[in-house]
Write a protein that binds this ligand. Structure first.
Ligand code: AHN
Ligand code: ZN
Length: 361
């Protein structure tokens, strides 16, 4: 990996810039150097209060390392998606859910993140108590300037949009809806561990996002029955006064030919970041996925992080205004399997997010 070093001058004047013995000095050069040095010392003497001189002279040079954007490996991301799906549906309180949580936490540790598994009992729309686990991987936890990346890792207990009503209560694989966002973030975590980053980065896998009240149940509309893990974390973050410059949520980011429209909450919460993400995608050649047109207002994990913690968040989520559910034909059906996952989509999203976060100073 090529690393460029940039130096920021912090107020020290280096005498070798003025009197450099290795440079061939002509009479004219001596004269120019003399005038230059006299001028600089005069200006310095006139402008700086006397007491400050020592502290300025002893300030060390600050080094800023520009790290080139790593290359997103979609093969690796695909394997992280497959690995989750192989546990079976990651429905809260199930055995597969427990095993997958351990796997994700251990992998993040292996990449060098400091991991916290935040456990919480949250109550679902049907009064089931869910033993939720938010899995939090922190890179450079000591840094104050931070970026937050997140996705939900649970999968839906009901295939309530399946073509066969007999499947309405069957859990889904959630290859795209759940595992794809986590798979991309696992690959990004691996790359951050390998390459480093100038800022702190938190990667959070939220639980109990997809236990929301099914539409076919004749109960009043309950948007807050979704996103239970992120609602809990946003009101009880793992660190007091937690803040990040911004957050990026990945949801349903693995399906073949997925379209990502500008999600409307994101445009309201984080207009600059939303535009930057879509522009970056276009510059990288991914505008067939990242459509420069408005989508819907989608209740998702980013809404609560924004509302409670005031962190501007963007949701990259598959949204097709022309499909029946707006979310692609596999959504909340038994068809959301590995057959649905395309490495080209993983690459488009993964490389775009990497480019955006490695552009941060
Ligand atoms: C609602 O359907 C209210 N929100 C979509 C959030 C979601 C479900 N993302 C994945 N599955
Ligand atoms: Zn879902």
């Amino acid at each position: 990996m090529k690393i460029n070093h940039y130096f920021i001058q912090t107020g020290r004047i280096d005498a070798s810039l003025i009197f450099n013995p290795s440079t061939k000095m002509t009479k004219k050069n001596y004269f120019i150097s003399f005038v230059l040095a006299t001028t600089i010392f005069t200006i310095a003497a006139c402008n700086k209060p006397h007491t400050n001189t020592r502290s300025i002279a002893s300030t060390p040079q600050k080094e800023v390392v520009k790290i080139n954007t790593p290359v997103f490996n979609s093969d690796s991301a695909y394997n992280y998606v497959a690995k989750q799906v192989a546990f079976g549906p990651r429905v809260p309180n199930s055995e597969a859910h427990k095993k997958c949580a351990k796997y994700l936490a251990n992998e993040l540790k292996r990449f060098g993140a400091e991991v916290i598994v935040q456990e919480a009992d949250v109550v679902a729309f049907d009064k089931t108590v869910l033993k939720a686990k938010n899995i939090i991987g922190q890179f450079y936890p000591e840094k104050n300037n931070r970026i937050l990346l997140f996705a939900h890792w649970d999968s839906r207990p009901f295939a309530d949009y399946d073509k066969d009503p007999a499947n309405y209560n069957t859990p889904i694989d959630g290859a795209s809806d759940g595992a794809s966002g986590v798979g991309i973030l696992m690959e990004i975590a691996r790359l951050i561990g390998k390459t480093g980053h100038n800022l702190g980065v938190d990667i959070i896998f939220f639980d109990a996002e997809d236990y929301g009240q099914p539409d076919h149940i004749k109960l009043p509309h309950a948007p807050d029955s979704w996103c239970l893990g992120s609602q809990y974390w946003a009101q009880n973050p793992h660190k007091k006064n937690y803040y990040a410059r911004y957050g990026i949520l990945l949801d349903m980011v693995g399906a073949k030919g997925a379209l990502f429209h500008l999600e409307r909450h994101s445009l309201q919460f984080a207009p600059t970041l939303t535009k930057k993400i879509w522009e970056t995608a276009a510059n990288l050649g991914f505008s067939s996925h990242f459509i420069n047109a408005h989508g819907g207002y989608i209740t998702d994990d980013h809404v609560y992080v924004n509302q409670h913690l005031n962190i501007p968040c963007v949701d990259i989520i598959q949204y097709d205004p022309n499909s029946r559910t707006s979310f692609g034909t596999y959504w909340h059906t038994l068809d959301d399997t590995m057959d649905n996952i395309d490495q080209l989509t993983l690459k488009a999203v993964g490389q775009t997010v990497l480019e955006v976060i490695y552009d941060e100073k």
